[in-house]
Design a protein around this ligand. Structure first.
Ligand code: GDP
Ligand code: MG
Length: 713
């Protein structure tokens, strides 16, 4: 007889890299379902497991360091827990990095969910000789703690057992009321009392939690409460309470709350954790002394980035050749199989040349993302931020700005969102303004195409590295300019944390890489395909019948009385000339020509201008447009592809290539990114300034690079 299973939902919460996903896999196997949280591009993992009488739905919440709703990840995790959508929260804590993990735990506890702590990485804790008195710690925290290791799959059953028994209320621990300093507590209880008058509200959210959030100036909570009847009672009284507290503590309230949380965490750790041979240097310390050393830190960071770009280029070239060969073959086959006309032209010039032109770069994208994911997973990226912090302070920027900037190597959209962690508005805007100068994944195809076509192979990796550095340099100088003029203001103090080094599992690095790359592939199949079709249309219409007739008549006249061989040569020449003329008189040609006065000083001809204009939609489209346009100016589709066509084209030389690379690097990023910038900045004049600044910088820098390059190349 089949037993009817009861259902129950468990959510995994915790810091990024605390091992949530590994634990998820250890519990549910790898049958996880990946989707997106409604409205945001944050992955949602779900899975099911049967345990005892239960069919348990597992939800892997996004990893966060805090629950402030500054980032989409934080908002998702917090709404899920605050909205009581899970029966039990398993709070995954990295036992080797207790301080930071308990900081989040503190905030989770404030939401008062039914919670069990999974003290993960317990294998590493034991190996390192650290002893954690988790029996005592669970008393301090008022929450069950089960030591587990997702890696060795130990403790998993005990964890599930605890979760089920807590759910069934068979075991419980006296909940700890977390105490802030006395003055803060006093003020909290006053506000709490006011909120509690609204019983409908407190049925859904803890009154104490809402009070703390008001103290932290939490926008989302303010917004919610303003729409409730209770606001009438709060409105007049909240201000004086906060002002009174501010005077009492002689400082900012949110800062005091943060300090109090850390004080709690440090206290809990001091009482329960014994590290062996304190003062002795650990392996991490030893590695750190080199990787974040005063003199070695920055050179090593640069060397590592240089290596990644070398690999991206050299290793990527091989599979790129295969994919290019495939598309050349497909183009040639289609040319033979399809009858001449619009259909053939759309297939060959728009789909194969346009989309193929972008798909070719997937190996490079994969390699770059592999490198970046690896650096993140090992814990090196946090070090890089630490190293860069010192440099950034001199500029007046916060080291914390570095993380959004590195995110910008992948895509500007999440990078803009990551800026939310910068609380000072001046820091935030200054960082957002310079993020477009970081080379996102979409710009990579443009670089690789042009560098591959005009520079020797042994130099390619260096030039690519140089382009990225140039972007960073422009970003840093611009930030310095902004911070000393329009975005003046103090940077907030912030502790830079250093997680322990970890050899990441190949599986999780590959997964990260794939998730990033998949976006790129999807884009090639949708946005780029649509854009290629539009460009094809723009490059073929309007049809200029008069021009065709004149040229045709001319060709007929010239070939009158000539031998058949001479005649066919003349007709071939006419066809080529007509194809070029037709492009020049098309919509695409008109747009390109329209921009000639502005862009000519940078060495661009009208066809490049067309590609740049279409690249405003997305940067990869610069390449797909070139694929389409240069494919059409030609009669017959010889093999060798775009690279050869560019090399043979008189409008190009190495100086033009460099100028174009710099322009693409710096000019306004795609529409999607600009829209997100606008939303995040929240002011139209900021968006206008941002577009104008990027355009002006791109023009000036490309102009300088072009002129200097003309002297040397
Ligand atoms: P998440 O981002 O929080 O989901 O963390 P992941 O599950 O991706 O894990 C981060 C890294 O920690 C991966 O490289 C894992 O292999 C590693 N890891 C996770 N759990 C353990 C564990 O119990 N012991 C050890 N030694 N490593 C672990
Ligand atoms: Mg994960």
């Amino acid at each position: 007889m089949v037993k009817k299973l009861k259902s129950m939902t468990i959510a995994l919460a915790g810091n990024p890299n605390s091992g949530k996903t590994s634990l998820f896999n250890a519990i549910a196997g790898t049958h996880l379902k990946v989707g997106n949280w409604a409205g945001v591009t944050v992955e949602r993992y779900e899975g099911y497991v049967n345990y005892k009488d239960y069919r348990i739905k597992l939800v892997d919440l996004p990893g966060t360091y805090s629950l402030n709703a500054y980032s989409p990840e934080e908002t998702v995790a917090r709404d899920f827990i605050a909205g009581k959508q899970a029966d039990i929260i398993i709070n995954v804590v990295d036992g080797t990095n207790l301080e930071r993990n308990l900081y989040l735990t503190h905030q989770l506890m404030e939401l008062e969910p039914e919670m069990v702590i999974a003290l993960n990485m317990y294998d590493e804790v034991q190996k390192s000789g650290i002893t954690i008195d988790f029996k005592y710690l669970q008393k301090l925290l008022g929450c069950h703690i089960v030591p587990v290791s997702a890696a060795t799959k130990s403790g998993i059953d005990s964890l599930l057992d605890h979760a089920v028994r807590v759910y069934e209320k068979k075991i419980s621990i006296a909940k700890n009321k977390i105490f802030y300093s006395e003055v803060v507590e006093e003020a909290i209880s006053k506000v709490k009392a006011l909120i509690e008058t609204d019983t409908a509200l407190t049925a859904a959210y803890g009154a104490r939690w809402l009070a703390v959030k008001l103290f932290e100036n939490d926008e989302a909570v303010y917004k919610m409460l303003r729409e409730k009847p209770v606001w009438m009672r709060l409105d007049g009284k909240l201000g004086p309470i906060l002002a009174g507290l501010e005077t009492a503590i002689q400082g900012k309230i949110p800062e005091r709350i943060l300090e109090d949380r850390y004080a709690f965490v440090r206290g809990a750790i001091k009482e329960t954790v014994k590290a062996p041979n304190e003062g002795k240097v650990t392996m991490t310390d030893r590695i750190d002394s080199v990787l974040i050393g005063k003199y070695t830190g920055l050179p090593i960071f640069l060397l590592i980035m240089w290596l990644i770009f070398q690999v991206t280029f050299t290793l990527g070239k091989v599979p790129m050749g295969w994919i290019a060969a495939f598309f050349n073959f497909a183009g040639a086959q289609a040319s033979v199989l399809l009858p001449a006309g619009n259909i053939r032209s759309i297939v060959v010039d728009a789909i194969i040349a346009g989309v193929g032109g972008v798909v070719v770069f997937i190996p490079n994208i994969l390699l770059l993302f592999l490198g970046l994911s690896f650096l993140e997973a090992t814990g090196y990226m946090a070090r890089a931020a630490f190293v860069v912090d010192k440099v950034f302070h001199k500029i007046g920027l916060h080291g914390k700005s570095f993380i959004p900037m590195v995110t910008g190597f992948g895509c500007s959209v999440p990078a803009f969102m990551a800026c939310r962690t910068l609380k000072s508005r001046s820091d935030r805007l200054a960082t957002m303004m310079v993020i477009p100068f970081m080379s996102c994944g979409a710009k990579l195809p443009v670089y690789i195409l042009l560098i591959g076509a005009f520079f020797p192979v042994q130099m390619a990796g260096n030039i690519l590295f140089g382009v990225y550095l140039f972007g960073i340099l422009v970003a840093i100088l611009s930030a310095k300019l902004f911070k000393s003029t329009i975005f003046r203001g103090q940077s907030e103090p912030f502790v830079m944390e250093l997680p322990v080094y970890r050899m990441p599992s190949i599986q999780s690095v590959l997964m990260q890489m794939w998730l990033k790359a998949w976006m790129y592939i999807k884009k090639a199949g949708t946005t780029i395909l649509a854009a290629s079709l539009i460009i094809w249309f723009a490059a073929n219409y309007p049809v200029n019948k008069a021009l065709e007739n004149t040229m045709n008549a001319d060709a007929v006249l010239q070939s009158a009385g000539k031998s058949p061989v001479e005649k066919s040569v003349i007709m071939e020449k006419y066809k080529n000339e007509y194809a070029a003329a037709r492009l020049e008189h098309s919509f695409a040609g008109m747009i390109g020509k329209g921009f000639e006065p502005v862009l000519k000083p940078l060495g661009f001809d009208w066809r490049i201008n067309t590609a740049l204009v279409s690249g405003l939609a997305a940067k990869e489209i610069v390449v797909s447009t070139m694929g389409t346009i240069y494919s059409m100016g030609q009669i017959g589709h010889e093999t060798g592809g775009l690279v050869n066509r560019l090399r043979q084209d008189k409008a190009y030389n190495p100086a033009v290539a460099l100028s174009l690379i710099i322009f693409v690097l710096l000019y306004v990023p795609c529409l999607a990114a600009t829209a997100v910038f606008h939303k995040e900045a929240g002011e139209l004049r900021m968006t206008i300034f941002y577009i104008a600044y990027a355009m002006a910088t791109a023009w000036v820098m490309a102009f300088m690079v072009y002129r200097v390059a003309l002297l040397f190349l």
